[in-house]
Design a protein around this ligand. Structure first.
Ligand code: BTN
Length: 323
């Protein structure tokens, strides 16, 4: 998309964000484009997952009001000493890729997007990323001690997510090893950590987080039970405030992790472990190991009691299912 049409679509969605009807004539005057162009941009927004109704004689309106991410709004909630750079991009392929391709990356730099056209999940999956419906956030973090120091990083990020949700008034979130976040037994958020660097030298991590906020009820592209924060919140969800709570929790926990690894986070992770004490199947390729989940060790490995003996398991392809 050209940056011009990107800017026009952002201006259009800002007008429609209140959820009320806006006539094509009024929108075309306001944005300085034809009514046919308004209709074309509305179709493009619909392709990005925005639900827009068009009613003859009334104009266009969103299925429900939308709160856009705004740096000025976020700054209202950020502590004064928060001094990591934050960027909001409108529509992007993937916020993780945006950071990876940045000419200059700095520790703690964060990018948030309204929509991703090629959002990525773990194990090569796609991350469904409709416009304005979730949080898509990536943060860069540099570890001077190299690869050895980042074992368990994604579990630490899971703890940060639980903290951020609690600060946003969402109680009862749970972690599923290695790094899914569940609410009411369904996935609500995911973490994708990508690492660049050399053995022994500094390594740079791009930490990507997707949190479902207000998804349409039918999502044919999501292949597992899912939920969103809207379904669990008493009041309206403030996306800017949730984004700030995430940034705060992430930077705090990453600083802690950098100093002490998982040592001080291990018990917090375990308190929220969805499978703790339950019989689970650990599936790695064609191998299935059945045991009792006993939490994690200090490097983030899964502890599983099999035939009376507790063993540690690692590995990206391993997944845990209730037996
Ligand atoms: C998973 O559970 O599979 C991980 C999902 C991670 C999604 C986030 S959204 C922001 C960042 N950009 C991406 O392309 N992916 C991550």
């Amino acid at each position: 998309m050209t940056s011009q049409s990107d800017a026009t679509r952002l201006a259009l969605i800002k007008q429609l964000a209140d959820g009320a009807f806006h006539s094509g004539e009024h929108l075309s005057e306001l944005l300085g484009i034809s009514r046919a162009a308004i209709s074309k941009h509305c179709r493009a927004l619909a392709e990005l997952g925005v639900e827009i109704f068009s009613v003859k004689g009334k104009g266009y309106r969103l299925a429900q009001p939308l709160q856009l991410l705004e740096l000025s709004e976020m700054r209202r909630y950020l502590p004064a000493m928060y001094d990591f750079p934050i960027e909001i991009v409108n529509i992007i392929d993937s916020t993780n890729d945006y950071i990876k391709q940045a000419d200059k990356r700095s520790n703690g730099m964060a990018v948030l997007a309204e929509a991703q056209t090629a959002g990525r999940g773990r194990q090569g999956r796609r991350w469904v990323s409709p416009f304005g419906a979730s949080i898509y956030l990536s943060m860069c973090w540099q570890f001077s001690q190299g690869y050895e120091a980042i074992s368990g990083l994604s579990l630490a990020v899971g703890v940060a997510l639980i903290d951020a949700l609690q600060a946003s008034g969402i109680q009862g979130a749970q972690v599923k090893w290695p790094n899914d976040i569940y609410l009411d037994g369904k996935k609500v958020a995911g973490i994708l950590v990508e690492v660049e660097g050399q053995m022994g030298g500094q390594c740079e991590c791009v930490i990507g987080i997707g949190v479902n906020i207000n998804l349409r009820s039918e999502q044919p592209d999501i292949d597992q039970p899912w939920t969103d924060l809207r379904a669990h919140a008493d009041a309206d969800i403030n996306r800017n405030q949730i984004a700030v709570n995430l940034l705060n929790a992430l930077t705090r926990i990453l600083q802690e992790f950098e100093q002490h690894g998982l040592t001080n986070l291990q018990s917090q992770w375990q308190q929220h472990d969805i499978f703790y004490g339950r019989t689970v199947n650990l599936i790695s390729g064609s191998q299935v190991i059945t045991g009792t989940a006993k939490g994690i060790d200090h490097r983030g490995g899964l502890l599983l009691e099999v035939d009376g003996e507790v063993k540690t398991y690692f590995g990206g392809e391993i997944s845990v299912r209730p037996a």
